[in-house]
Design a protein around this ligand. Sequence first.
Ligand code: NDP
Length: 323
Amino acid sequence: MSTTKAIQIKKNGGVEVLEYVDVPSPVMKGTDVLIRNHAIGVNFIDTYHREGIYPVSLPMVLGREGAGIVEAVGDQVTKFKVGDRVVYLSPGSYAETVAVAENMVSILPLELSFEIGAACLLQGLTGLTMVQEAYSIKKGDTVLIHAAAGGMGLVLTQLSKNYGATVIGTTSSTEKAELAKQVGADFVINYTCEDVYEKVSEYTKGLGVQAVFDGVGKDTFESSLKCCAPLATMISFGNASGKVPPVDILKLGAKNIKLMRTNLFNFFTTPESFHNYAFQLLELVKSKKITISIFKTYLLSDAHLAHSDLEGRKTTGKLVLLP
Ligand code: NDP
């Protein structure tokens, strides 16, 4: 039986459950392409799967995205051929090879490296779908972006600036704040020692913000609601500090706030959605309208180090694994 090296979990837990092992090579369907990974993106969701915050069936090869070269195509594949450089979203990407449904694959432009491809896709698409569909940012808006120096935060800050918004970011350190400012954040609050609501009130002259992008979750949810202007949109998109407890819907009525919990994959409502968004994103990266900051690359076999750094709040921008 042919095998591929992968990071697999057999039970939920800390980084010690990540095992670098040989698993059976992927089995392709007619609509799949077989991709040899050259770079693999690390996402916070991988830690939720590892810990069991998002339930998964075990054993499981972790990962949600990567970039590489097409090694084989199924007999119903029409858009790709052997040798194409591609990026993709798919379960099981922490591996040397992965079989991916054709409708979740996009050509990686020659100008972009595999590392940048793997670093930009999932977070870039999450940012793009949110600023277009969760809250359509308009020139003159002020938005609040938590963890502004993180992978999502840097992308969201740049996208919001591109749409003409004033950006208020939050981070846990002055070094992280500097990085958020370098990509365009107008104000950055250190939420470990400054009161977010007070600072947002000061920067918005008491008006509040038109939208909040909150991937921190439990620790920030309540203050995020307080920072909303009347009729604002509160977007909760992650649980870096833990899951948001059940919400009393009556709280939204105080300012007629719209609340949305987003999941990237549920924005792909038609077969073309992924391709259209991926094309837009890769053009933005290629034309340098968004710059992608890679914190560090790790060997695939060292995925545990990447998870420790990410969960330990030690990182900025994106973490990438190299098979
Ligand atoms: P980040 O690079 O942003 O890392 C997480 C950051 O969150 C940390 O660096 C830290 O920044 C901040 N943070 C605050 N409290 C904690 C805590 N208790 N533990 C760890 N980190 C904390 O990660 P990603 O860009 O990969 O993801 C950001 C969020 O976006 C995650 O919640 C993720 O699940 C979510 N996400 C959601 C998607 C969706 O479809 N809904 C898709 C992609 C990502 P600081 O030190 O500045 O506080």
